[in-house]
Design a protein around this ligand. Sequence first.
Ligand code: PNS
Length: 168
Amino acid sequence: MKTGIYPGSFDPITMGHLDIVKRSAKNFDRLIIGVLANNAKNPLFTTEERVAMILEVIRDYPNVTVESFSGLLIDFADKRGASFIIRGLRAVTDFDYELQIAQTNRKVNPNVDTLFLTTSVEYAYLSSSIVKEIARYGGDIREFVPEEIVDKVYEKCRIREDSSYGRK
Ligand code: PNS
């Protein structure tokens, strides 16, 4: 069985992430979305919340699962028998960091390789940070995150009840 791991903070999952999930899932028997628990980035959503949101979003993808992990990604990949780590590349600015991590991971465990997918152009600008920033100020995030989680993001970002967006 060919297993891939798609790791990240997913704080929260965006349409850009979902695009990578859909495209990767087609190429693996099993795709595990790995949500980093011990995250130095001080996430807005708890690990459980991030996992729960992803669970809702991947309902229609039978070969995709989600779980949290802590510690080294390469150890998590090894424990799950994954041969590939998948990462999305939005722009050249992502590349330096991603290359360094991929090469380090491969040095630690040569049995696990990293596959890069270029983000679809319509999501090239998108990041979880941008989504949170827009939601905080009451902007419309409906194009940026899966519809199942729009309200959860607004709630967490404490959008005002009278905002023109965010509440159906
Ligand atoms: O969505 P992000 O924040 O860009 O994801 C980063 C992530 C989770 C892939 C990366 O921080 C990670 O793998 N962390 C686990 C610790 C680890 O293995 N670090 C790389 C070796 S130096």
